[in-house]
Ligand binder design. Sequence first.
Ligand SMILES: Nc1ncnc2c1ncn2[C@@H]1O[C@H](COP(=O)(O)OP(=O)(O)OP(=O)(O)O)[C@@H](O)[C@H]1O
Ligand SMILES: [Mg+2]
Length: 240
Amino acid sequence: MIRGIFIIGTDTGVGKTLISAGLLYLLLKKKYRAAYFKPVASGEVDIGGVKMSADAAFVKSVTGFSEDQKIVTPFSFADAVAPHLAARLAHRTIETAVIQKSLNDLKARYDVIIGEGAGGLAVPLNDEGYMQYDLIRELGFSCLLVARAGLGTINHTLLTLRVAKSVGLTVKGIIISGVGQTLIEQDNVGMIKKLSGVNAIFTLPAVVGVDTEKMHMENLRDVFEQTINIDDIMGLMEIV
Ligand SMILES: Nc1ncnc2c1ncn2[C@@H]1O[C@H](COP(=O)(O)OP(=O)(O)OP(=O)(O)O)[C@@H](O)[C@H]1O
Ligand SMILES: [Mg+2]
């Protein structure tokens, strides 16, 4: 029985990678056989002469998760641009069958899978309009939605939930990332709790100095240990 959840975001740069890394760290610490899976990734870094997805590199540095990058990121593109454009520039076609094969390889070796989307939810993966939400649905994942803490997040969160529902995706929980004590941030949490119709709402404080692009993790692991109960997240996961 393999369980999993797909981390989606209200936008690009909201904290999906940071949260994927933190959750995977907690799972591995609890001795779960857990894996990270980023089927479509834009933007690569050079690690000791080897190019790899910047997101996968950050997750690896936080968690130690080490796996064949062709399986973890079957479609990794050098250019940090939208997936359909990155694929076009690389003269490649994002194929669901290839992604499904990678997922099957992970399922054969792990018990828990943390998927990460690319950017927001309504993101095209090719020029014809095959969408990220189509992929997530076909792979059979339910979702955990990451939202910003600040101004604009109520709109982005409610819009994303509407789209998810309309395409047949289930959002099991929401993590609001970078919540501080300002009136706006505190009110955003309250309003999302009230209006989203999602029962499981988590908040993650701002972790000073964390920068996934620059590979600065600071005390991210401690903050996850102190603020997130991984059993609550496991409770949201479904069989994949
Ligand atoms: N809780 C937080 N505390 C501090 N910084 C945060 C937090 N959440 C997000 N950030 C900031 O947002 C940046 C982007 O986060 P991250 O790379 O996880 O976004 P993403 O949603 O994975 O983006 P992409 O769409 O590129 O995959 C981080 O480098 C960090 O600076
Ligand atoms: Mg990311």
